[in-house]
Design a protein around this ligand. Structure first.
Ligand code: URP
Ligand code: ZN
Ligand code: ZN
Length: 475
């Protein structure tokens, strides 16, 4: 065979003989990589400077985790366990090559200042590429008229808004203003949908009778509170005719609202997360304070909700599967115990870790057990988030010209998840003891091998900030 290196057709890396999967196809091919990009897909290719034999392996686009929280400032004295070093590192070990965390505006703060602060937190730390969503908590005239349009043009094309949490929530009028701006500027609004007053009222009732243990978090945030706010968010979006993504949907009640809106042709998108497939409210009912490990919002619900979430994954009502990695250590006065280990559930930081286990959990339970196809897995975890957040054609697929962000999976590897095999800085995993089949063996970011056989080869800080383009809302 000709030596490609002498043909002016050289490859820095060739991944040879694997089974490649994209959002629509599964095929055998070798992949030629040059200057960090995919430049050839063929039955056979000349030798590269470096070679990976992927025979018997799956070659997938690196995951895009479009909902994770790293080093995000909090207002209750707690501190996130993962910064831009450990968070993206943990993501990479789990087969993810792009993360999109949140630059959160504090009320009264300029949005530009929040973005600047977040860049400083991220600079020089991440092993993989990253973009930012914004969180808009104070949509003043100046923010909506000047800062946000300028930031959208600078590559921050998606932002999250909240209907709950006192320090974050917007009222309906403010939501309409944000949606109108998003429509004008071709941005995407992500909505955390839970009815704040239902939650506040139920919380008061529970606390009044001493029901403060972690498990009451689930009682204070019932599915009906999520359903109502989801319905309202969709109605507000319909008034403006703006696309929205309802994030971290926990079960059938909210899911049905999204499905109904989509049947009517509205551009309403849905995201769900591992905790709604693999945990239930029973996990908040562990002895002592242990249930606090599983406090997140919306809370995990019941077996029927898990089935509904699987249905939404299978039938396309959900377009995106993200981790919502929100890392707080359990046994830590800056973590879940920030208000003490007897604190009411309402003072426990919300969120659970999962950036590393997101893909293996869905692969094992979804693909290996035959609930979803491999292309559907790729759509949910890589291609759709890249499209929706304006990162196509660089990210989320295996195609000529795309960044060579690739995860080579051993589809038969058996792994028992324990916290000590993970790379986050959290002191627990909600998935302790779970048996998984299939795990990424080699992870490549822009043509560079960053993870190989359980070792990190990529340097902290090699990851680049990505400016997002216009969201593709034709999903
Ligand atoms: O409980 C959660 N989900 N915490 C993370 C913040 C959010 O609302 O996504
Ligand atoms: Zn949220
Ligand atoms: Zn979140």
């Amino acid at each position: 065979m000709d030596d490609g290196n002498t043909m002016g057709n050289s490859f820095d890396l060739v991944i040879r003989g694997g089974t490649v999967a994209t959002a629509c196809d599964v095929f055998k091919a070798s992949i030629g990589i040059r200057d960090g990009r995919i430049v050839a897909l063929a039955d056979d290719l000349p030798r590269g400077a470096e070679e990976i034999d992927a025979t018997g392996k799956l070659v997938l686009p690196g995951g895009v985790d479009a909902h994770c929280h790293f080093d995000q400032p909090t207002s209750d004295g707690s501190r996130m366990a993962d910064d831009f070093r450990s968070g993206p590192l943990s993501a990479a070990f789990g087969g993810t090559t792009t993360v999109i965390p949140f630059a959160c505006q504090q009320k009264g703060q300029s949005l530009r200042a929040a973005v600047q602060d977040y860049h400083e937190r991220a600079d020089g730390k991440s092993v993989i590429d990253y973009a930012f969503h914004l969180i808009v908590t104070d949509p003043t005239e100046h923010v909506l008229g000047q800062e946000l349009p300028a930031l959208i043009r600078d590559g921050y094309t998606s932002f999250k808004i909240y209907t709950t949490y006192d320090d974050l929530k917007l009222n309906d009028r403010q939501i309409l203003e944000v949606l109108a701006l998003a429509k004008r500027e071709h941005a995407l609004t992500m909505i955390h949908a839970e009815n704040a007053d239902i939650i506040a009222w139920l919380t008061d009732q529970l606390e009044r009778v001493g029901h403060t243990a972690p498990r009451y978090h689930a009682a204070a945030r019932p599915a009906i509170a999520e359903r109502e706010a989801t319905h309202r968010a969709i109605s507000l979006a319909e008034v403006i005719d703006a696309p929205i993504l309802v994030v971290h949907v926990s079960g059938g009640e909210a899911l049905n609202q999204i499905a109904e809106a989509r049947h009517r042709g509205l551009r309403v998108f849905g995201e769900t997360c591992p905790q709604y497939l693999f945990l239930t409210a029973d996990d908040l009912n562990l002895s002592g304070f242990e249930g606090a490990k599983h406090i997140c919002s919306p809370p995990p619900r019941d077996g029927a909700s898990q089935q509904s979430v699987w249905r939404g994954i299978q039938d396309g009502t959900f377009q995106i599967f993200s981790s919502d990695h929100a890392p707080f250590r359990f046994d830590d006065a800056k973590g879940k115990k920030v208000a003490g280990d007897k604190a009411s559930f309402t003072h426990v930081p919300n969120g659970i870790p999962g950036v590393e286990t997101r893909l293996p959990l869905l692969f094992s339970e979804g693909v290996v057990k035959g609930k979803i196809s491999l292309p559907r897995f790729v759509q949910l975890t890589a291609t759709n988030p890249a499209r929706l957040y304006g990162l196509m054609p660089r990210k989320g697929t295996i195609a000529i010209g795309a960044d060579a962000d690739i995860a080579i999976w051993d589809p038969e590897k058996k792994v028992t998840v324990t916290n000590d095999i993970l790379h986050h800085d959290v002191d627990y995993t909600p998935y302790e003891g779970r048996q998984i089949v299939g795990w990424p063996q080699v992870v490549i970011s822009r043509g560079e091998i960053v993870i190989r056989d359980g070792r990190c080869l990529g340097k902290a800080g090699r990851g680049e900030f990505l400016e997002c383009g216009e969201p593709d809302i034709l999903l």
